[in-house]
Design a protein around this ligand. Structure first.
Ligand code: 3PY
Ligand code: ZN
Length: 633
């Protein structure tokens, strides 16, 4: 007869439940209505317990289960009055939503805690598990938000690559639990959520599926501010009926007399191009936090005077001036600014929401917020952040030197890690080289993926003892990193002012270069053929989620898929268990399928035996069993 679960199996009840028993009796773990069996999760836990998780140090003294953060969904929050922007978008469309925003006397907010904040503070490692309790209260606690930025950028790739999660599942949960809050994503124009150009038919399909699955606002930017690369994205978003924000990446210092390239006029012309292309919001994407308060005042003031669309300002607080910049922008009439919950704000992240609120005390544009509710959420995030301390970028003070380095908040930690792994411990060397490379490349916009070109080149030049002078002779005989070659080949598009010709020749050698939009040359993807190819790899008919995940990140997606088959819904594990496994003596309650819970206790981990394996002795709901794991540590 069908055995619903292991706990009812006679052998299990007798207590004779060895690994072999479990392996030979897989039906034991077919929990009804749940494809993910506890055996898979215990397998995962055993592996992490024995072999650890890359980049995470196991904290030996921590013998208790994950810290229990307060659950905001169990806390009463005051309910909103009236309609949210999301309600208006859904009921009356994007134009009405934009009118609503423009008519708000107060500055509106985008909360970036669930996207850019963790991307910039701890390498994008925030798990859906820890977002869920917060998701459930945003609608009620923060009804006056413009949006939450919750998807896109690096989160798509990191979900598959490091979190064992499907980014589309996260998006569905965001939409499900926040039906009255706009979900905003960061879209790298034709690079979508990747690091390379995708054909137009892929871009369109990705945008359509994102819009259907839950994205309401697409913040679109190009890493070289090249309008031609952004037009298709804007057009495709407009076709979905959702909101297309065209963002200008901010760099340089137009207040300075020595700034001849990225002048106020440059941004005004770009904004005109975006509006002409159909952008419904003008975004200012200050990814490195270079926009000083007075410059913000002048830029926002000029945009508001000339254009009729809302202006949305995004900055990073890396220099420490973020709130001052937002206050100046608010005085100049900015419609929306990006902030993060205080516990997840500051330094390389966005300025703090609460701090900005209090900075506007006495100003009639102070955001409409219930600060009791904000405290509930902030308290929650304050408990979540320490769970990710191993991924922290170590920036714990303002970095005014960044005005010279111009390095984006999200890149800082990655590049530091990359340099360290290559034996370059003095990061100031990299920062100096980064500036030098930027000038060599012609002073370009630096944001994903163009920032990676500058970072890779800086490290390469340090390793190969190259500088701005000898590169023109020594460079003839070296092969440059792929990202640098691709940049000079025009694969990311054309930089403003063109490529430095002499260096381009040295880097490219015989490699051809294009001057047109890469998408205009890219062959459309044959979705039917790719689907068939993927079906062979995953042994089932791919869903639209699978197909797009695979097209964006072929190897990463298939690895994710195989791991998911092997380990099940690791997304359901608490974060300490996910990253660190269990400690002997520890008991965990793990939810498996609707309403079911298993109580798992780890009693003992054996030393490594002669086959290089360790045996983990568990009790599952009080009944003993063992599992063997290869010790690869
Ligand atoms: C991304 O592209 O992920 C960014 O956050 C750029 O700033
Ligand atoms: Zn950012």
């Amino acid at each position: 007869p069908f055995m619903e679960n292991v706990l009812e199996h006679p052998t299990f009840i007798k207590g004779d439940c060895s690994t072999t028993f479990i392996d030979e009796t897989p039906a034991l773990f077919d929990f009804a209505n749940h494809p993910d069996t506890p055996k898979q999760l215990v397998d995962y836990i055993s592996n992490v317990t024995v072999n650890g998780f890359a980049g995470v140090s196991r904290q030996a003294e921590l013998t208790t289960p994950a810290m229990q953060a307060p659950r905001p969904d169990q806390i009463e929050v005051k309910s909103p009055a009236g309609k949210t922007v999301k309600d208006i978008l859904d009921e009356q469309g994007a134009a009405a939503a934009m009118d609503f925003v423009k008519n708000q006397p107060r500055v509106m907010l985008t909360d970036t805690t669930m996207r850019d904040a963790h991307q910039s503070l701890f390498a994008t490692r925030l798990r859906t598990h820890d977002m869920l309790p917060a998701m459930k209260v945003y609608d009620r606690a923060m009804p006056n938000l413009f949006s939450v930025e919750s998807w896109g950028g690096a989160t798509f790739d990191v979900c598959y690559r490091f979190l064992g999660e499907d980014p589309w599942t996260r998006l569905r949960l965001l939409k499900k639990y926040m039906p009255h809050t706009l979900q905003q994503m960061l879209l790298r124009a034709s690079n979508s959520v990747g690091y390379q150009n995708y054909p137009d038919n892929v871009l369109k399909r990705f945008i359509d599926h994102s819009a259907k699955t839950g994205v309401d606002v697409f913040r679109i930017f190009d890493s070289l501010n090249w309008l031609e690369q952004m037009q298709r994205s804007i057009e495709y978003v407009r076709e979905t009926g959702k909101i297309a924000e065209g963002a200008m990446c901010f760099t340089g210092d137009f207040l300075s007399a020595s700034e001849h390239k990225y002048t106020l006029d440059y941004y005004m012309k770009m904004a005109q191009g975006l509006v002409d292309a159909g952008a419904q919001i003008i975004g200012i994407k200050d990814m490195a936090g270079l926009l000083k308060p007075q410059a913000a005042y002048e830029l926002v003031g000029s945009l508001k005077a000339k254009f009729d669309v809302p202006v949305h300002l995004h900055t990073h607080d890396t220099t420490g001036n973020g709130v001052a910049t937002y206050v100046a922008a608010t005085k100049a009439g900015v419609d929306i600014v990006d902030v993060a919950m205080a516990a997840m704000a500051g330094t390389t992240s966005q300025p703090s929401l609460g701090t900005f609120y209090y900075a506007l005390e006495g100003n009639d544009r102070q955001p409409a917020l219930n600060m009791d509710n904000v405290s509930v959420l902030n308290n929650y995030w304050a408990h979540v952040r320490p769970l990710y301390q191993d991924f922290s970028n170590g920036v714990n003070a303002p970095q005014p030197d960044l005005y010279q380095t111009e390095m984006p908040g999200g890149q800082y930690s990655n590049l530091k890690q990359q340099a360290k792994s290559l034996g370059i411990d003095d990061f100031s060397l990299v920062e100096k080289k980064y500036r030098e490379v930027n000038q060599l490349l012609g002073d370009i916009i630096k944001v994903t993926p163009s920032s990676k070109v500058v970072g890779d080149m800086a490290i390469f030049m340090i390793q190969n003892h190259l500088d701005k002078d000898n590169i023109f002779t020594k460079g003839q005989h070296v092969d440059f990193p792929d990202s640098v070659v691709n940049f000079f080949a025009g694969d990311l598009g054309q930089p403003y002012g063109g490529f430095p010709k002499e260096l381009q020749k040295i880097v490219l050698k015989d490699h051809p270069a294009i001057t047109v939009r890469p998408g205009s040359l890219a062959k459309p993807v044959d979705f039917v053929a790719v689907k068939a190819e993927l079906a062979k790899k995953i042994h089932r008919q791919p869903t639209e989620d699978d197909l797009l995940g695979y097209i964006m990140y072929p190897k990463v997606f298939v690895d994710y898929f195989n791991n998911h088959q092997k380990y099940g819904a690791v997304m359901d594990l608490d974060t300490t268990t996910y990253y660190q496994g269990m400690w002997p003596g520890e008991t965990l309650r793990i939810k498996i399928g609707t309403g079911k819970e298993m109580i798992l206790k780890l009693d003992f981990v054996s030393p490594t035996d002669q086959d290089g394996q360790r045996t983990l002795f568990y009790e599952l709901d009080g009944r003993a069993f063992q599992m063997k794991v290869e010790d690869r540590s």
